[in-house]
Design a protein around this ligand. Structure first.
Ligand code: UDP
Length: 273
């Protein structure tokens, strides 16, 4: 995965990044909705080599009960990195970093959710980083927001998120791992795209006021692009294309028989009497 040695430069003489991107170019992104069978809602994201799966369970009864909030649901986010997701094995015990990221993800998503519709319950969001290559907290927000929509949790809007950073004095969107590690700083942010209200803003490293204003504008533009991708992913999961069939009973029977053939092999199918 990531080389352990510092690259000679992060911006080439031509002004391109180590993976050939322009400063304002995102990594390739693939969003999928409904990837987990057991969850009430789920989504996955591949953002460059970063790969994350989010599963939503609930609204459901909250345990332990002392966490109950009388007038709304508790949004409980659990962000974890798989032990094999990073070059040096990650210790399985939850780290302070994982607890902090769980909290910031919940804070980013909460403002658009109608949690007051489910008093005293919990909406559990489990986020697992399968492969980390930078930008995991923002990628996690992108996937978790889609998973909440897939679970049918009422919301004003999906929430997109991206990290903008600085390397070799240049502002860059969607930092990869080397840019994150060897760059001069990063600003992860999440917004409500319709109003440009900010629901996450963190900063690592130092930026001038002008740089920060420009970084935030680049982040807003990238978040709006991500929001379009999120909406497309939802539509792919829910909008049936013409000819894909409906609730016809006969079709369901055919599907069932197709499944049997797949599972048992045609030879083992019981004979029709
Ligand atoms: N990382 C790691 N081991 C860890 C935690 C993080 O190697 O235990 C790496 C991983 O590649 C991650 C990167 O450090 O993507 C940046 O982590 P950061 O805390 O900045 O969060 P992120 O940028 O992923 O939101």
């Amino acid at each position: 995965m990531s080389p352990e040695v510092k690259p000679d430069f992060l911006i080439s003489p031509e002004g391109l990044r180590i993976d050939g991107r322009r400063p304002d170019e995102m990594r390739p992104i693939e969003l999928k909705v409904g990837v987990l069978k057991q969850a009430d809602g789920s989504a996955s994201i591949r953002q460059g080599k970063t790969y994350i799966i989010a599963g939503v369970y609930g609204p459901r009864e909250l345990h332990p009960r002392h966490l109950t909030i009388n007038d709304r649901a508790y949004l409980r986010v659990t962000y974890r990195m798989a032990t094999f997701s990073v070059p040096d094995r990650k210790r399985p015990a939850p780290s302070r970093r994982e607890r902090e990221i769980s909290m910031v993800i919940a804070n980013s998503l909460r403002p658009t959710l109608f949690l007051e519709e489910y008093p005293k319950s919990v909406v559990d969001v489990f986020v697992t980083v399968i492969q980390a290559d930078g930008g995991t907290r923002c990628a996690a927000i992108n996937a978790a927001s889609l998973a909440l929509a897939d679970a049918g949790i009422p919301m004003r809007s999906l929430i997109p998120a991206v990290a903008v950073g600085k390397a070799d004095g240049k502002l860059l969107v969607d930092l990869g791992d080397e840019e994150d590690k060897y760059g001069q700083g990063d600003v992860p942010m999440a917004i409500i795209p319709q109003t440009e209200e900010i629901t996450l803003l963190q900063q690592d490293g130092s930026f001038t006021k002008e740089e920060l204003v420009e970084a935030m504008q680049m982040g807003i533009n990238s978040c709006k692009y991500l929001h379009e991708l999120q909406k497309e992913a939802l539509k792919r999961a829910y909008v049936k294309k013409p000819g894909e069939g409906g609730d016809d009973d006969d079709d369901d029977d055919d599907d069932y028989e197709d499944d049997l053939e797949t599972d048992l092999g045609e030879a083992e199918l019981p004979e029709d009497e």
